[in-house]
Ligand binder design. Sequence first.
Ligand code: PRP
Length: 211
Amino acid sequence: MRYLTFALGKGRLANQTLELFEKIGVTCEEMHDKDSRKLIFTNEELKLRFFLSKGPDVPTYVEYGAADIGVAGKDTILEEGRKVHEVLDLGFGKCRMCVCGYRQAASYLKHRELIRVATKYPHIAKDYFYNTRHQTVELIKLNGSIELAPIVGLSEVIVDIVETGSTLRENGLDVLEEVCPLSARMIVNPVSMRMESERINDLLSRLQAQL
Ligand code: PRP
């Protein structure tokens, strides 16, 4: 039997995913060793392999078949636009993609003005402004601390993830519009889905029963 390989985005998502797998009896002892610099872990008995990558790289590994299955945030899946099948909403990592800014910026949206939009997610932002809102904007890609942009005058609004809303609150910013809800999703390589359908469907139904 060949290994089924899983790509998990490093961090909280990976931990929650492994917890969920443990509940359905899929364990990987090796992974709990915090001091290890090992990148890939195997469960010989079940013929499974797990590796941790940067979150945005998960859909890439899955599209190319280097991983059969991946777990990534819906934000990452939308932004990367890879050819993968999204098969399951894992229900954790729930948050929202939103257009945010100072309350006064709402009028720029209302009148579809040519504003600057800062974001870590230029594809999601572009799709939302051009295809949903039909508003031409100037997109500015940033890599983090997006909330700074309206504060220092880099952009009128941002497109960013809102979870508890406390980052916005503490900086006097508001949610102006919701783009879409987000959560952790399981994705599968299309060829693996056909070639390993029995093992993957069995895994999916056990996960579903647990959720
Ligand atoms: C994310 C997001 C917001 C914040 C939202 O940033 O970009 O800044 O969390 O969470 P909240 O609504 O609970 O305050 P993250 O901490 O991942 O870091 P980043 O700014 O480097 O993207």
